[in-house]
Design a protein around this ligand. Structure first.
Ligand code: NAG
Length: 76
């Protein structure tokens, strides 16, 4: 079964969230001066409410785990 199919199965979201948190540090984005860009929480209005896009940065914290995830994503 292709990995994408497995990841999007019932419990797949938890696997993806766990894998992301194990590999990436998610932090504020930085502007051209290196100062962090504060996030102003904004949400859409309507029947389905979702957060509006915001800037952030992703930094790999463990290259070994990153390699594992990349290998998993490239395998069938
Ligand atoms: C990175 O991940 C590997 C595999 O899970 C682990 O053995 C290693 O200790 C981790 N390294 C760091 C610096 O956390």
């Amino acid at each position: 079964m292709p990995l994408a199919g497995r990841w999007f199965a019932e419990n797949g979201l938890w696997s993806v969230a766990a894998a992301i948190l194990a590999v990436l540090r998610i932090d504020h984005a930085k502007d051209s001066n290196g100062d962090r860009i504060e996030v102003k929480p904004e949400f859409s209005t309507g029947v389905v409410i979702h957060p509006e896009p915001f800037h952030c940065s992703f930094e790999v914290v463990n290259t070994t785990r990153e390699a594992h995830i990349r290998a998993m994503m490239n395998s069938k």
